[in-house]
Write a protein that binds this ligand. Structure first.
Ligand SMILES: Nc1ncnc2c1ncn2[C@@H]1O[C@H](COP(=O)(O)OP(=O)(O)O)[C@@H](O)[C@H]1O
Ligand SMILES: [Mg+2]
Ligand SMILES: [Zn+2]
Length: 372
């Protein structure tokens, strides 16, 4: 794999942006009717497609095929074949500037932007300025940007991206057209990882892929870099290896431990816990996963409709497992007490030099009287 997965598989069309249907629909409609705004704000968690969408907007604005062919224009997509589209995809378009406000707080960039802004584009119709992590601009830079946004030249388009919407000044926000990028469902991430694995001819266990997708917590970028890390290291793509790399046990082990607990099998629970501990996993993380797991078992028992919500985060097999454990646990109070103890253990573990002990004690306390 010569180029990073996340670059190679960066969507080139609006249509390929997964999980952002509303954003895609509005941007496509704007593209179809040529109503491109002068200032956009893309906000939402990392790795959800903000920079990707910004580049597609830059292509829409400058695509030569679109400009010359009214039939093509109705697609609301860039052609990805003309010079402008290609240069923008390859990140070497002179008229498309990506400014990272996080690395140098944007002072020099905004200053030179201010100076250069009135000049027409060199080779395109529009100059596009993509300002990443816009909330990190210094006050000076943000003020300068605001001035520009108050009266943007006709040939300029600004796309601000941020993971922290609240930190942007309201005056800047009010000058932009805003789009919220959502955290992506695990299922959607899993689907894309599967496609990448297929395209790259990489064999990887389903459970391993699921663990990567879950660990990414809604971020495609995280998922794709984890995937790359896992597949480029020696040791194979089995679940255990992936667990080692992430330092995190997968759903399978969390569910197995939960199963022993719900089955009141104290001996098996402690043995399994010891085994996980010896393999060097982060027990604080394990406890967190366990709390989440049991909480799902409990809430799903009381409200079956939650299944729809869980579908965003879990695979169908995982939901089956959770339901099974719900049926197994006849007494909800038992799960409630268990969760309470685990939460208590969680705060103790974080400050304890022996992370294993609070977890063990919590388990023993809960199971000792009912254990078989
Ligand atoms: N909505 C999405 N659909 C498909 N892939 C995505 C999506 N969002 C992000 N990606 C993948 O993650 C990588 C990083 O995305 P990026 O647009 O830079 O995220 P952001 O700017 O929101 O942090 C992309 O190159 C792409 O491979
Ligand atoms: Mg980005
Ligand atoms: Zn084009």
């Amino acid at each position: 794999m010569a180029i990073a997965i996340y670059r190679k598989y960066r969507p080139k069309l609006f249509e390929d942006l997964i999980g952002q249907e509303l954003v895609v629909q509005i941007l496509k409609n704007a593209a179809k009717s040529d109503r491109i705004s002068h200032a956009y704000l893309f906000y939402g968690p990392r790795g959800t497609g903000k920079t990707t969408a910004a580049r597609i907007v830059a292509k829409i604005a400058n695509c030569e095929t679109r400009a010359g062919d009214p039939k093509f224009k109705v697609k609301g997509e860039p052609c990805n074949k003309c010079r402008a589209c290609k240069e923008i995809d390859e990140g070497r378009a002179i008229d498309v500037a990506e400014i990272d406000a996080a690395s140098n707080r944007g002072i020099d960039e905004i200053r030179s932007l201010k100076e250069g802004i009135r000049l027409s584009p060199t080779s395109y119709r529009y100059k596009v300025f993509i300002i990443d992590e816009a909330h990190q601009l210094t006050k000076f830079a943000a003020d300068a940007l605001l001035k520009i946004l108050e009266e943007p030249p006709a040939h300029a388009i600004f796309i601000l991206a941020t993971t922290e919407y609240e930190k942007l000044s309201a005056t800047i926000v009010s000058r932009t057209q805003r789009f919220h990028f959502r955290r992506v469902p695990t299922q959607a991430i899993l689907k894309k990882l599967n496609q990448i694995a297929l395209a790259e001819k990489i064999e990887i266990d389903t459970a391993a892929l699921e663990l990567i997708a879950t660990a990414a917590e809604g971020s495609f970028r995280d998922a794709e870099s984890l995937f790359e890390q896992v597949t480029s290291l020696a040791g194979g793509t089995g679940l255990e290896n992936v667990e080692q790399i992430l330092g995190k046990v997968g759903f399978v082990r969390t569910a197995a431990l939960a199963g022993y607990l719900l089955d009141n099998d104290l001996e098996a629970s402690l043995e399994y816990l010891a085994e996980i501990n010896e393999s060097g996993f982060n027990l604080v993380q394990l406890n967190k996963d366990l709390i989440h797991y049991l909480r799902r078992v409990l809430t799903l028992k009381f409200d079956p409709q939650l299944e729809e919500v869980f579908k965003r985060e879990l695979t169908p097999d995982e939901i089956v497992e959770i339901k099974k454990h719900g049926e197994m646990a006849k007494d909800p109070d038992k799960i409630i007490n268990l969760i309470k103890s685990l939460i208590r253990a969680y705060s103790e573990m974080r400050y304890s030099p022996f992370t294993l002990v609070p977890l063990e004690i919590a388990i023993i306390e809960n199971l000792k009287s009912s254990s078989k």
